[in-house]
Design a protein around this ligand. Structure first.
Ligand code: AMP
Ligand code: TRP
Length: 328
C-alpha cells in the first residue's frame, strides 16, 4: 500500500488541515509506505513572495514533523526538489482536457472574476497535483473533503493515460477521514475552516496560544437551542462535536452522550481544553524543529533522494509509453 499526499506551504496550518489531513498522514506511516510532500511549486500559482515561500515551507515542514511525521518511516520531501513532478505534469497535459480544468471548483473560486488575468499555473494546478500522485503510482491519497474533485480528475487522467498509451499508471483512491473531513469555520459554521477566509476568529491555527484558542472557542457561533447534539440548524454545535470527537479519537455519538447534560458554555470550554491539550506537545516540538533550518534542509534532501528513485522509474515508463525521447 503506497500512500501519497501533498500540502501547501502557504499560510498558517489550521485545525481543519490537522484533523482532515495531517493526522491521516501520521496514521498512514503505520499502514503502508507514506510519501508526503510540501508543494512549493503549487504555491507559485498565486501572487507570492519568494523569500516568504521558503520561510513558509520551513514552517510547514516543522509543523508536519512536530505532528508526528518521521522521516525515517516515511518519504518526507519538498516538491520542488524532485524535477519529475514538473516533467510528468507536462506529459499528462496530453490526456487532460481544457474543459475539465475549466470546471474545477478550486480554480473557479480562486480565479473569481479575474479568469483572464490569473496565472496559467493556477489553471494547470490540478495537472501538477495529478503528477504528484501518479509519479509514485500511489494507491491512496489522504486529503480533506475539498479535494474530492481534484482526486476524481487525477483518476480520470490516469485511466485516460492507460487506455491511450497502455497500462502504465496506478489509478489512486481517495481517502477522507470518517470524522473531520470538513471542519467548519467557528464564526460561520456553514463555511469550511479555510486559510483564505477573512478574519482569524473562526479559525484555530495549530500554533495559536492557549488563551487565543480558548477565546475563539468561547465565541464560536452556535444556535439558540441548548442541547449538545447534531441536527437541523445546529451546524455550529455539530462542528464542535466533530472537532472534539476527532481530537479525542472517538465518535460524535459518544460525545453527544458524554455531554447530554451540559450547557453550551461548558461544552465549548471542554472542546477548547481538549484542543489545547492536543496541541501543546506539537507546539513545543515545533519551536525546536523550526529553529534548525539546516536540519530541515537535510530532511528534505534525504526525502528527495528516496522520492526520486521511485518517480524516475515511473517517468522512464511514461516516456517509453508515449514515444518521447530515445528508446529505452
Ligand atoms: P492546504 O493547506 O490547502 O494544502 O490543505 C491541506 C489539507 O487540509 C488538504 O488535504 C485539505 O483537504 C485539508 N483541509 C483543508 N481545509 C480543511 C477543513 N476545513 N476540514 C478538513 N480538511 C481540510
Ligand atoms: N491541492 C492540495 C490542497 O490544496 C495540495 C496538493 C498538491 C495535494 N498536490 C497534492 C494533495 C497531491 C494530495 C495529493 O490541499
Amino acid at each position: 500500500m503506497r500512500i501519497f499526499s501533498g500540502i501547501q506551504p502557504t499560510g498558517q496550518k489550521h485545525l481543519g488541515n490537522l484533523i482532515g489531513a495531517i493526522d491521516q498522514y501520521v496514521a498512514g506511516q503505520d499502514r503502508g509506505e507514506g510519501l508526503y510532500c510540501i508543494v512549493d511549486l503549487h504555491a507559485t500559482t498565486v501572487a507570492y513572495d519568494p523569500t516568504e515561500l521558503r520561510a513558509r515551507t520551513y514552517d510547514t515542514a516543522a509543523i508536519l514533523l512536530a505532528a508526528g511525521l518521521d522521516p525515517d518511516r516515511c518519504v518526507f520531501f519538498r516538491q520542488g526538489d524532485v524535477m519529475e513532478h514538473t516533467e510528468l505534469c507536462w506529459l499528462l497535459c496530453s490526456v487532460t482536457s481544457w474543459g475539465d480544468l475549466n470546471r474545477m471548483h478550486q480554480f473557479k473560486e480562486k480565479a473569481g472574476n479575474e479568469r483572464e488575468l490569473v496565472s496559467a499555473g493556477l489553471f494547470f494546478y490540478p495537472v501538477l497535483q495529478a503528477a504528484d500522485v501518479l509519479a509514485y503510482r500511489a494507491n491512496e491519497v489522504p486529503v480533506g473533503d475539498d479535494q474530492r474533485q481534484h482526486i476524481e480528475l487525477m483518476r480520470d487522467i490516469a485511466e485516460r493515460f492507460n487506455s491511450r498509451f497502455g497500462d502504465t499508471l496506478v489509478v489512486p483512491e481517495h481517502r477522507i477521514p470518517e470524522v473531520g473531513a470538513r471542519i467548519m469555520d467557528l464564526q460561520n459554521p456553514t463555511m469550511k475552516m479555510s486559510t483564505s477566509s477573512e478574519g482569524e476568529q473562526g479559525r484555530i491555527h495549530v500554533l495559536d496560544d492557549p488563551a487565543v484558542i480558548l477565546k475563539k472557542f468561547r465565541s464560536a457561533v452556535t444556535d439558540s437551542g441548548s442541547e449538545v447534539r447534531r441536527g437541523e440548524g445546529k451546524e455550529g454545535i455539530a462542528n464542535l462535536i466533530d472537532i472534539l470527537a476527532a481530537v479525542k479519537g472517538t465518535t460524535p455519538d459518544a460525545i453527544e452522550a458524554e455531554f447530554a447534560d451540559s450547557r453550551y458554555g461548558d461544552f465549548k470550554t471542554a472542546v477548547a481544553e481538549a484542543v489545547i491539550d492536543r496541541l501543546a506537545p506539537l507546539q513545543a516540538r515545533y519551536t525546536e524543529l523550526r529553529a534548525d533550518e539546516d536540519a530541515l534542509e537535510a530532511a528534505f534532501k534525504k526525502g528527495a533522494e528516496k522520492a526520486q528513485v521511485i518517480a524516475s522509474a515511473t517517468l522512464a515508463d511514461v516516456r517509453e509509453a508515449m514515444g518521447v525521447g530515445p528508446r529505452s
